[in-house]
Write a protein that binds this ligand. Structure first.
Ligand code: SAM
Length: 257
């Protein structure tokens, strides 16, 4: 699978070179960027010290960077399906002249190598779907409680799979779980209960229906066939064509330390 991913990334990199484009262009001109910018403008207070966990290529970190005084972007960056992301993160920081305002740390969410009481906000956007260990979310929330200042804000955004509809998207997501590209997104009541246990208050959930028109969820047919998912793949594709693809709303859970 890693080999397939390497090949895919090389093809994309070549195409980017030819078109003189960058991941930041993709972000800036797409619904992916629009979503991150809206979340940042609603939940990140000006001049705050932000820790963004599971930053990936840094889309949300950079969306925060103009509002925040500093963003610490943290990710395991262990290669799994994310070949070259760390380099892309560093390239974007340089391109945007943000190397002072945004810094990166390669570490895991479960053990934050950071001092207690040092952040105004801890954020995580579309990242817990990739947490691999069963207890990782719980450890991450407990660590967030430790590194946040008193009164600091925890912000967790993920696709809302609890809304009705979005059958095609849910089907592709379920298949991605089957091939190990995504893990489980815990139900919001589970997240709320962990936040309570860790002393957070004013816990709120907002469902942001931004009516994002995403490209269909990436899923290679070859992988589907290998895993005996060919029938499910065709069914999901049919749903896409019949219903059109729309991304489900985003669930944003916020809480105060
Ligand atoms: C969908 S991507 C990131 C999306 C990104 N936040 C954005 O706004 O585009 C999820 C990221 O979570 C990271 N991740 C998974 N488990 C992690 C963990 N335990 N600690 C830190 N990062 C983790 C992955 O390496 C991956 O880069």
């Amino acid at each position: 699978m890693e080999e397939l991913e390497e090949k895919r990334m090389t093809t994309i990199s070549r195409l980017f070179e030819e078109k003189k484009t960058s991941w930041w262009d993709v972000f800036d001109a797409s619904e992916i960027g629009r979503e991150r910018k809206i979340i940042a403008s609603r939940y990140i207070a000006p001049n705050s010290e932000v820790l963004d966990v599971g930053c990936g290529r840094g889309f949300f970190s950079f969306a925060c960077s103009r509002r925040a005084s500093h963003v610490t972007a943290l990710d395991l960056m262990n290669g799994k399906g994310r070949t070259g992301w760390w380099d892309e993160f560093l390239q974007t920081a340089a391109l945007l002249k943000m190397t002072r305002r945004v810094s990166g740390i390669r570490a895991g969410a479960a053990h934050l190598p950071l001092e207690g009481g040092s952040f105004d906000a801890v954020t995580s956007v579309h990242a817990i779907r990739n947490f691999e260990e069963a207890d990782e979310l719980e450890l991450f929330i407990s660590e967030s409680a430790r590194v946040l200042k008193r009164g600091g804000r925890f912000v967790l955004a993920e696709s809302d799979f609890e809304s009705n509809g979005f059958r095609a998207y849910k089907e592709f997501y379920a298949m991605r779980i089957k091939i190990g590209w995504e893990m489980r997104i815990p139900p919001s009541r589970e997240i709320v209960s962990i936040l309570r246990k860790n002393g957070f208050s004013k816990i709120r959930q907002t469902i942001l229906d931004l009516r994002l028109k995403y490209a269909p969820v990436y899923f290679p047919l070859g992988q589907a066939k290998l895993k005996g998912l060919a029938k499910r793949y065709s069914h999901a594709k049919r749903l896409l064509i019949e219903e059109g693809e729309q991304h489900p709303p985003v669930s944003v859970i916020t809480a105060l330390r």
